[in-house]
Design a protein around this ligand. Structure first.
Ligand SMILES: Nc1ncnc2c1ncn2[C@@H]1O[C@H](COP(=O)(O)OP(=O)(O)O)[C@@H](O)[C@H]1O
Ligand SMILES: N[C@@H](CCOP(=O)(O)O)C(=O)O
Length: 324
């Protein structure tokens, strides 16, 4: 559950009076999500999402996130649109937090995605990468190699509490990735967290992408590797080659990957598995019992990391290493 900050009706009505959104008829906190507090608002006009940005989001990054959603929506991507206040500002303040109103996206996230959905996700990710071209604001990826090293330093001493031997294994992984991390692959704006709960479907049709609060500039193929990890493994930890093939083919139907990007996928996937392992491990070790947020299992990502460490080429993901 992620409602970290409560609001009063009086404060909310005062906040809404700065927008042209009609009269408030009801509001309720949304239990899902990890990073921010979200409320669903009904008004005499359209339904809306109110997001209060919590401590882990840097206020200085908000113009990037909100501007990006506007840029992508302007280029035809189905994603939420931040609503301007009457004075043109996209960002306000509520209950002591930076706050924004964003448009409500219809659809639901899939609990049991199939290969056909993975194909759509691949295509939507590639469309996002293309739609992101020309976005002026830059945001380096704070959760790439350097960020992993500092995150690891905060957890390393206690890692063996989660599984014996982890301290040495992860230190070895970081060394490997530091030596082998690709350079000079095509880069641009990436979503960086396109998990199942951030992709909405209406029936079997993808209706939109949400949650751009990890978006940043990085290698486009790294984003593909994040999706492989998030969408193409089964609950028992097995890689599903049919889903992987569908996701990669869907992506390449819109933006073909170069031979260098294809060759780099195993190491990128190893890195992205480590990235989610590290944030989950940190949360696992530091989130107090009883906190109103569901802790995610770091070991799920350790298994994925070990899988990628044994991948020999992109063929193991279900497609040939030849560019499409
Ligand atoms: N624009 C939107 N339209 C509809 N529902 C949304 C929208 N934004 C967020 N939500 C709902 O709020 C939940 C949490 O949002 P999310 O952005 O993933 O939060 P967090 O950044 O805290 O992870 C989503 O799973 C979804 O149910
Ligand atoms: N997707 C990440 C956690 C971030 O959660 P989100 O609700 O912001 O998508 C993970 O699974 O570790």
């Amino acid at each position: 559950m992620a409602v970290y900050t409560d609001i009063t009706e009086i404060d909310l009505k005062q906040f809404l009076s700065q927008y042209d959104v009609g009269e408030l008829t009801s509001y309720k906190g949304i239990a899902e999500g990890v990073e921010n507090t979200n409320f669903l608002l009904h008004t005499t006009k359209d339904p809306l999402i109110l997001t209060l940005y919590e401590k882990r989001v840097e206020k200085s990054d908000l113009p990037f996130f909100l501007g990006l959603m506007q840029h992508l929506a302007d280029r035809g991507l189905n994603c939420p649109l931040p609503l301007p206040r009457n004075d043109g500002e996209l960002l306000g303040e509520l209950s002591g937090r930076p706050a924004a109103l964003i448009s409500f996206l219809e659809g639901m996230w899939l609990r049991k995605p199939e290969a056909k959905h993975c194909r759509e996700v691949g295509a939507a990710l590639a469309k996002m990468h293309i739609a992101g071209e020309g976005f002026e604001i830059k945001r380096p990826n704070a959760l790439s190699l350097e960020g992993w090293v500092s995150l690891w330093q905060k957890s390393a001493d206690r890692a063996d509490e989660v599984e014996t031997g982890l301290q040495d294994e992860i230190a070895g992984e970081l060394d490997f990735l530091t030596t082998h991390w690709p350079k000079n692959l095509p880069a641009g704006v990436i979503h960086a967290d396109l998990f199942q709960d951030n992709v909405f479907f209406l029936g079997d049709t993808l209706s939109g992408l949400i949650d751009f609060y990890f978006a940043c500039n990085d290698m486009l193929a790294y984003d593909v590797s994040i999706c492989l990890n998030a969408w193409c493994f089964e609950k028992d930890g097995a890689y599903n080659v049919t889903k992987g093939k569908a996701l990669l083919e869907g992506y390449q139907s819109v933006r073909p990957l170069s031979a260098d990007e294809l060759a780099a996928l195993p190491v990128l996937a190893r890195g992205s598995a480590l990235r989610f392992f590290l944030t989950r491990l940190y949360d696992w070790l530091t989130t107090p019992e009883g906190a109103l947020v569901v802790k995610k299992d770091p070991l799920e990502y350790l298994k994925k990391l070990r899988f990628h460490a044994h991948v020999e080429s992109v063929a193991d993901y279900g497609i040939s290493g030849e560019p499409a």
